[in-house]
Write a protein that binds this ligand. Structure first.
Ligand code: ZN
Length: 277
């Protein structure tokens, strides 16, 4: 995780030998959100450049703190509100390309050598960009930002689970599979929006011999994980932390339920994205 961006400046980091070891170690990053890791200074500059007027503050230190407050509210829906502003400044081709460029640069500086960074193209069309233009801008930024570094970076296209464009986004992901898109995902508020709501999109991905990861079991429970794996063909789960609801017993003597056992024995990787901001 590129912790580069929105550090508060208020939480002291205790230096230890492990920090140095981890900082230098080559890392693979499987769950990251392009719109979750903008540099605060860039948010402010892009807002100025492209006329975005809704930032809560234009002071870079205050903006860092504001994003952290938003990210620590322990409520997925409230947390997602902070993305209104990062997405708000990513509505033009050059803005998106810059954010993707800086993302790749930040990850390379953190010694990430392999990254799959996801974003939702449908959130970046308010100023008239087409979905294709959004994807091309991101891929161009990744290409430019990783050039000359040890980083290999790909994109995962997310559809918003609260919307109804998932099949279109799935087609988009497959369309760009040879240009840097490696998978399809659904993201956004989970409760009330089960994975099977987008079953046709997932089946399209499967028929295309392409790849699926699904945010499931983050803010909602086992049924979401079960649907993601058994109906929608998820090869990886985003978060999946509610799998603990299917584990009983004392520490050291845990008893796995059938779904937890499936996750463990079939090795479905769970990936979490602590906010870069
Ligand atoms: Zn995520």
């Amino acid at each position: 995780m590129s912790a580069t961006s929105l550090d508060t400046g208020s939480t002291p980091v205790v230096a230890s030998p492990w920090h140095e070891v981890l900082a230098k170690a080559p890392k693979a990053l499987l769950h990251d959100h392009l719109d979750g890791g903008l540099r605060p200074q860039s948010v402010i500059e892009l807002a100025n450049e492209f006329g975005y007027k809704k930032l809560p503050t234009t002071d870079v230190v205050d903006l860092k703190k504001w994003f952290h407050r938003g990210a620590k509210r322990n409520d997925l829906v409230l947390y997602l509100e902070t993305f209104a502003h990062t997405v708000g400044v990513m509505q033009h081709r050059d803005a998106i390309e810059r954010v993707a460029f800086e993302c790749a640069q930040d990850l390379a500086n953190d010694n990430v050598v392999y990254a799959e960074v996801r974003f939702a193209p449908e959130l970046h069309t308010e100023s008239g960009l087409t979905l294709d233009e959004v994807v091309r801008a991101v891929l161009a930024g990744f290409h430019r930002g990783s050039a000359g570094t040890d980083l290999t970076i790909y994109a995962i296209l997310s559809a918003m689970r609260t919307a109804a464009r998932s099949h279109e986004i799935a087609e988009l992901a497959v369309k760009f599979r040879d240009e840097g898109v490696v998978g399809f995902d659904i993201a956004g508020a989970e409760a009330g929006y089960p994975p099977t709501r987008h079953l046709d999109a997932f089946q399209f991905i499967q028929r295309s011999n392409f790849h699926t990861t699904i945010h499931a079991g983050e803010a909602f429970g086992l049924p979401s994980i079960w649907e993601a794996l058994q109906f929608c063909g998820a090869e990886r789960l985003g978060h999946g932390v509610r799998i603990v609801d299917d584990i009983t017993g004392e520490p050291g003597h845990e008893v796995l339920g059938r779904l937890a056992e499936l996750c463990a024995t079939d090795v479905f990787p769970l990936s979490s994205a602590p906010p870069r901001m």
